[in-house]
Design a protein around this ligand. Structure first.
Ligand SMILES: *[C@@H]1O[C@H](CO)[C@@H](O)[C@H](O)[C@H]1NC(C)=O
Ligand SMILES: *[C@@H]1O[C@H](CO)[C@@H](O)[C@H](O)[C@H]1NC(C)=O
Ligand SMILES: *[C@@H]1O[C@H](CO)[C@@H](O)[C@H](O)[C@H]1NC(C)=O
Length: 476
């Protein structure tokens, strides 16, 4: 999720009036670019002493909405830099004061709910970005009208807590969907989900199987397939053993627990990169294949995934799977979301998935763990998610995308700088209008946005040579 975007019902900021001061065109670094911003020449002074964000009398939400109260507090802090200004020199001000931002929620405020795929997400973020400090250091804003909403409903980041353990503190700083191994307590999970909820972020867990499960085998006897060397079992293990009933009773208990701990409607079931060698070597698996008349191991994988998908759907959840599950299967339950991740000819895969009528998430061009010298964010930015052969109806099946940061070379020491601002490029691509794609303009806004992240305490790496006015977030 574009991390600082909030997700709750339509907010309408009404700004009051006045003032004049010579003013040079300013790069405010709006990111992601909102649907429309009309700025007027009227300048308003925003004093940290007097300014506050409040509910409009017309709003459907009020002070009992903890979700909004906490957002008001957080945005006050973002705007004024966590009170560091208080010790600066007071400035004699002549402009009109903007004392209140009145927030009016015009739809059901969803104050106590978890955000979901259809949550309305127009927000406070752009307002906070419009406020700047003038040459005296005074907080100032042009009277403005903002209209905004995201282009795609699903805008994610994937972080990998399996290849390296990530402390909860690091996850809270990063927040998105993450794949999980068994080292977090239920309390940790609740904390992450609660923290995310207040920021309009959904947490979608991935429990990948039947491959990528070596660690599960350590705790669960007979779960993995024993591999054979000739007639002897070799002592090593392969993917989950799909032919035992005990496998499915274990999976049932596991996913039952997962579906109660994670409130989101979606669970990611993985299904990628299943190695068939071990299955091939095992005589029990061979016999099972014969008895079922399965001609190949893709069919066996489908047999497993089908059972898992049915199981999860009886628990009231919807599933996301990696593209192989679609590729290897002749039928897949309608509504299963297919995540396209293989970079080779991915537009062709997008066509196939959507032609078959499945909702789709794009990740292939956004593997942020692949790094190289230079400004690789430009490549992420230039991707057009709907640029594949297909009908209008097919295009509507693209629900969004996810920037993936797999963890082979990432832990809590480098997660944040490797993710930001590179993931911000994906954030704008999924949020802003299709026509927002001028690279020079994006560069100038993103450099300012990167400094904004530094100021808000996020150690985002530099885009290129340059400096920020606020570098205090950088030393840690
Ligand atoms: C903001 O207000 C100043 C001062 O009136 C004006 O010069 C400037 O053009 C305004 N900015 C925009 C983007 O309208
Ligand atoms: C999302 O949440 C809202 C409010 O709780 C609810 O009305 C809506 O049906 C939910 N949508 C989905 C797709 O679950
Ligand atoms: C596994 O479950 C199936 C279906 O319930 C049943 O027919 C079969 O006998 C079971 N196999 C074993 C070994 O218990």
């Amino acid at each position: 999720m574009e991390q600082r975007r909030l997700g709750w019902p339509r907010l309408l900021g009404l700004l009051a009036v006045l003032a004049s001061r010579a003013f040079a065109a300013r790069n405010l670094g709006l990111w992601p670019m909102p649907g429309s911003v009309q700025m007027t020449p009227r300048l308003l002074h925003v004093s940290p002493d007097r300014f506050f964000i409040d509910h409009s009398p017309a709003s459907k939400a009020g002070p009992s909405c903890a979700l909004l109260q906490s957002a008001f507090q957080r945005y006050y802090d973002y705007i004024f830099g966590f009170n560091k200004w208080r010790h600066g020199p007071a400035k004699p001000h002549s402009e009109m004061d903007l004392q209140k931002l009145l927030v009016s929620v015009t739809q059901d405020p969803e104050c106590d709910n978890f955000p979901n795929i259809s949550s309305d997400e127009s927000c406070l973020e752009t307002f906070s970005q419009l406020i700047y400090q003038d040459s005296y250091g005074a907080f100032t804003v042009n009277e403005s009208k903002i209209i905004d909403s995201p282009r795609f409903p699903h805008r994610g980041i994937l972080i990998d807590t399996s290849r390296h353990f990530l402390p909860v503190k690091t996850i809270l700083k990063t927040l998105g969907s993450f794949s999980l191994s068994g080292v977090y307590t239920p309390n940790d999970i609740r904390r992450v989900i609660g923290y995310a909820r207040l920021r309009g972020i959904r947490i979608v867990p991935e429990f990948d199987s039947p491959g990528h499960t070596q660690s599960w085998g350590k705790g669960q006897k007979d779960l993995l397939t024993p591999c054979y060397q000739g007639k002897q079992s070799s002592g090593t293990f392969g993917p989950i053993n799909p032919i035992l009933n005990t496998t499915y009773s274990f999976l049932h208990d596991l996913f039952k627990e997962i579906s109660t701990v994670f409130p989101d409607k979606f669970i990611h079931l993985g299904g990628d990169e299943v190695q068939f060698d071990c299955w091939k070597s095992n005589p029990d698996i061979q016999n099972f294949m014969k008895s079922k008349g399965f001609a190949n191991f893709e069919r066996l994988e489908s047999f497993y995934m089908e059972k898992l998908l049915d199981m999860v759907s009886t628990m009231g959840k919807r599933s996301i799977v990696w593209q192989e599950v679609f590729d290897n299967k002749d039928k897949l339950s309608p509504g299963t979301v297919v995540q396209v991740w293989k970079s080779d000819k991915f537009p062709r895969e997008q066509s196939k998935v959507t032609e078959a009528g499945f909702p789709m998430i794009l990740s292939a061009p956004w593997y942020l763990d692949v790094i190289r010298y230079g400004q690789d964010w430009r490549g992420y930015y230039e991707v057009e998610p709907l640029d594949f052969p297909g009908s209008e109806k097919q295009k509507t099946l693209v629900i969004g995308g996810e920037a993936c940061l797999w963890g082979e070379y990432v832990d809590s020491t480098n997660l944040t700088p490797r993710l930001w601002p590179r993931a911000s490029a994906v954030g704008e691509r999924l949020w802003s209008h299709q026509g927002v794609r001028d690279l020079a303009d994006a560069y100038s806004r993103l450099t300012v946005h990167r400094c904004r992240m530094i100021r808000r305490g996020i150690s985002a790496q530099p885009l290129f040579t340059g400096y920020c006015n606020y570098e205090d977030g950088m030393s840690q």
